[in-house]
Design a protein. Structure first.
Length: 335
């Protein structure tokens, strides 16, 4: 059993659902619609006590489901009165204190065989925050939670974890989980996706979305209606409605680049830069720079970055750092 969030009649509602084996694969069905306010099923007799209304269990019985109280209660903990929630929080999940055991070779093989790589990429990023996924399958233990779930339950499971992402991470996250970096030979593809060719990146993203949409093994057991499902639409929105976090990826690149090439030199580009200096670095007039929006500025930056990147023939390490410092400084003034 799992709790799903659904947009019903243009409103967010919660639904208790279950995954089950239909004889050929795992699929899902809705059990009880909890409405927009699941806390309607929580009763407070006094003090810090609470219990789940018996009418919910009656509704489950009508669906042929006999559920234990503990199994149902966990879905309502996020909707408790905040005071009571804080009091009982230490007792939510004692399993976290259980002794960890290494995964056997057999179990590791099973996890990698029975889980989809797109799900593993998502879990990997949500756990480690890394764009570079070349060591993806080294974290097989992390993927055990993907087993024995229908596609709908998996999407709801991952959707809940994605709530921890900030809007500034959205595009970087999508870039990583669709593994777009594998299409680029530039050494900075995994650390500076904002410096890659934007048109090419956009085309590759659309291509990968379409491939996943047509992947029958991924959607197995889930009813489709001949259009892009909401579970994929959210990634299209994350990608096109948000920008890469230039500062964060640049800092990662600076650390790795200076660590391997210039360990004993001070890193330039961390200081504040005036408009006059930025204009000189970009080779563009101050008025023109000031009139650019974020998209126009990023386009100019990418073109110049390709010319100056240290890994390119004719590149210039110091000028490249100055360029990126100017770019990050100018971004602060753009709406």
């Amino acid at each position: 059993m799992y709790l799903a969030r659904r947009v019903i009649d243009d409103h967010l509602e919660y639904v208790l659902c279950e995954s089950y084996d239909n004889g050929s694969c795992l699929t899902n069905r809705d059990l009880v619609r909890l409405g927009a306010h699941p806390d309607q099923f929580i009763l407070y007799p006094g003090g810090t006590s609470f219990y789940i209304d018996d009418r919910l269990f009656d509704l489950l019985l009508e669906k042929g489901v006999t559920a234990s109280y503990e199994e149902v209660e966990k879905f309502f903990l996020p909707f408790l009165d905040p005071y009571i929630q804080a009091k009982i929080a230490p007792f939510y999940d004692r399993s976290n204190n259980r002794k960890w055991k290494p995964m056997s070779v057999k179990d590791r093989s099973k996890v990698l065989r029975k889980t989809h790589i797109f799900d593993r990429r998502r879990m990997h990023y949500l756990r480690f925050g890394q764009v570079d996924q070349r060591r993806l399958d080294k974290s097989a233990t992390l993927f055990k939670d993907l087993l024995y779930k229908s596609r709908d339950e998996l999407e709801q499971f991952i959707l809940e974890q994605e709530q921890a992402l900030t809007p500034g991470e959205y595009k970087r996250y999508v870039f990583a989980i669709f593994d777009l970096q594998r299409f680029f030979s530039e050494s900075f593809a995994r650390t500076m996706p904002h410096a890659l060719d934007e048109d090419k990146t956009d085309e590759l993203f659309i291509q990968e979305v379409c491939l996943l949409d047509r992947d029958q093994s991924f959607w197995r057991g889930m009813e489709r209606h001949g259009r892009l499902p909401p579970y994929l639409i959210r990634y299209v929105v994350m990608y096109f409605d948000y920008n890469f976090p230039g500062g964060r990826t640049w800092e990662e690149y600076i650390r790795s680049f200076t660590g391997s090439h210039h360990r004993n030199q001070a890193v330039k580009g961390s200081r504040r830069m005036s408009m006059n200096e930025a204009s000189s670095v970009f080779g563009v007039g101050q008025a023109e720079l000031a009139s650019m929006d974020k998209k126009e500025l990023t386009k100019v930056y990418r073109k110049k970055a390709h010319e100056l990147h240290p890994d390119k023939e004719g590149g210039d390490h110091d000028r490249f750092i100055e360029l990126t410092a100017a770019y990050n400084e100018l971004l602060r003034s753009k709406v």
